[in-house]
Design a protein around this ligand. Structure first.
Ligand code: HEC
Length: 167
């Protein structure tokens, strides 16, 4: 029994001590240009899906009308473009310097426009901790968060008027 407890203690303390020394000896990347830790992306993705998936299937309560897309474009320009890109303009210095790198959502890329609108709404409302993606729950109304989410969903088929509002 004693041996078992000793083994158990050792089994817990070796990885803990290892992690401690890894951090204090400078193994942990802190600068934004450092590469991700082993398994970091994998675990972060798993955690995000666990939190988001129950709500990701929610349909938008607002239709993808021209008026809602235009309102979404205004929100995008004011709150998102600095990190996620503007039509016809190069990536901002802020976006270039961030880790993780904010995906450029405009011009639209496959893989984002096909995300369910409920998943985008979840990310806009809650943000994604430790990534720089802000949560907008306390600064945008529900309508505004749905409008910008619809805009991203439709980003590959926007009318000339909406495209102009995004420049
Ligand atoms: C300060 C920078 C910043 C701002 C402002 C910002 N985001 Fe983000 N956003 C990020 C980063 C960084 C990520 C990547 C997070 C990750 O790697 O998990 C992200 C991720 C996302 C994603 C997930 C994209 C994907 O590939 O699945 C969506 C959607 C998104 N943001 C929408 C928005 C919207 C809409 C706004 C404005 C209302 C906004 N963001 C404002 C930094 C920002």
């Amino acid at each position: 029994m004693k041996k078992f407890l000793f083994g158990l203690l050792l089994g817990f303390s070796v990885p803990l001590a290892g992690t401690y020394f890894f951090v204090i000896l400078g193994g942990m990347p802190v600068a934004t240009k450092g590469s991700p830790l082993p398994l970091e992306r994998f675990l972060a993705k798993k955690a995000l899906h666990k939190a988001m998936d129950p709500e990701a299937g929610h349909p938008s309560p607002l239709p993808a009308s021209e008026a809602n897309l235009l309102a979404g474009a205004k929100v995008y320009q004011a709150q998102c473009a600095v990190c996620h890109g503007r039509l016809g303009q190069p990536e901002s210095a802020i976006a270039k310097g961030m880790f993780p790198h904010p995906p450029q959502l405009l011009p639209p890329k496959k893989g984002v426009t096909d995300d369910p609108v409920g998943a985008t709404f979840w990310k806009v409302r809650n943000g994604i901790r430790l990534t720089g993606m802000p949560g907008f729950e306390n600064s945008l109304s529900d309508d505004e968060m749905w409008q910008v989410s619809i805009l991203l969903r439709q980003a590959d088929k926007l009318s000339a008027q909406i495209q102009q509002a995004l420049q």
